[in-house]
Design a protein around this ligand. Structure first.
Ligand SMILES: C[S@@+](CC[C@H](N)C(=O)[O-])C[C@H]1O[C@@H](n2cnc3c(N)ncnc32)[C@H](O)[C@@H]1O
Length: 206
């Protein structure tokens, strides 16, 4: 059985205003960049308590929330009836499991630094996204390792990402028209941390 790295944090996750503000900034960037519509079914990878998907829900038909953490999924489950679209919650480790879905897009915030092999994850996203579909993936810029305190650092594989290398991994998986923009800055007592948004598409006929 896998360890739930968020078990101690899930209940108070949304009490951290800087975290809530960061995901609100990310959601704003996603909504400004992607044209959603009510016919869409999208996946939120590493959905956590639903901070990102709750902002996108009013603009799509269905969101499949994918998260390995039972405790985070429980928090999301509790707000499910207040969300603006149909929500499915899948408790899976997407690094180890494939899900047989073909969706219009994959969104994700602050999860890829928890993924050991990001190249393999982009290949998985590519297989899940329909031709013409998109990814909108947000995470930390390269940082010096101070972002996570010692007790938060289990399950962290990357101290953020260099934007060019991150986009290259998506392109290697087959995505095209990759764009990276600044989405947010997280202010912590130990420093400021940039957050980017990568968008890219799976072109039709490929
Ligand atoms: C830092 S939290 C971000 C949650 C949410 N997206 C947000 O921005 O508030 C990362 C989430 O990714 C989930 N996660 C990490 N690795 C995962 C994997 N391999 N498969 C599914 N979920 C994963 C964790 O359980 C956690 O809920």
């Amino acid at each position: 059985m896998s360890v739930d790295h968020f078990a101690q944090k899930a209940g108070s996750y949304e009490q951290n205003q800087s975290r809530v503000d960061n995901v609100a900034n990310i959601a704003k960037s996603v909504l400004e960049t992607i044209e959603f519509d009510q016919s869409m079914h999208i996946v939120d990878f590493g959905s956590g308590t639903g901070l990102l998907l709750e902002k996108i829900a009013p603009y799509v038909g269905k969101i499949t929330a994918v998260d390995i953490s039972k405790s985070m999924n429980l928090q999301l489950h509790e707000k499910r009836s207040r969300l603006g679209c149909e929500i499915d919650i899948l408790e899976v480790d997407l690094e180890k499991t494939s899900i047989p879905l073909q969706v219009d897009g994959v969104v994700s915030s602050m999860t890829m630094h928890h993924v050991e092999n990001i190249e393999a994850m982009f290949v998985k996203f590519y297989s899940m996204v329909k031709a013409g579909g998109f990814i909108a993936i947000s995470d930390l810029d390269t940082e010096d390792g101070s972002f996570h305190t010692e007790d938060e650092s289990t399950g962290v594989f990357h101290h953020g990402f260099e934007r060019g290398a991150f986009a290259k991994a998506a392109i290697k998986a087959g995505f095209q028209l990759a764009k990276v923009s600044s989405a947010s800055v997280i202010h912590k007592p130990q420093g400021d941390y940039g957050v980017f948004l990568l968008t890219a598409v799976r072109l039709a006929g490929r």
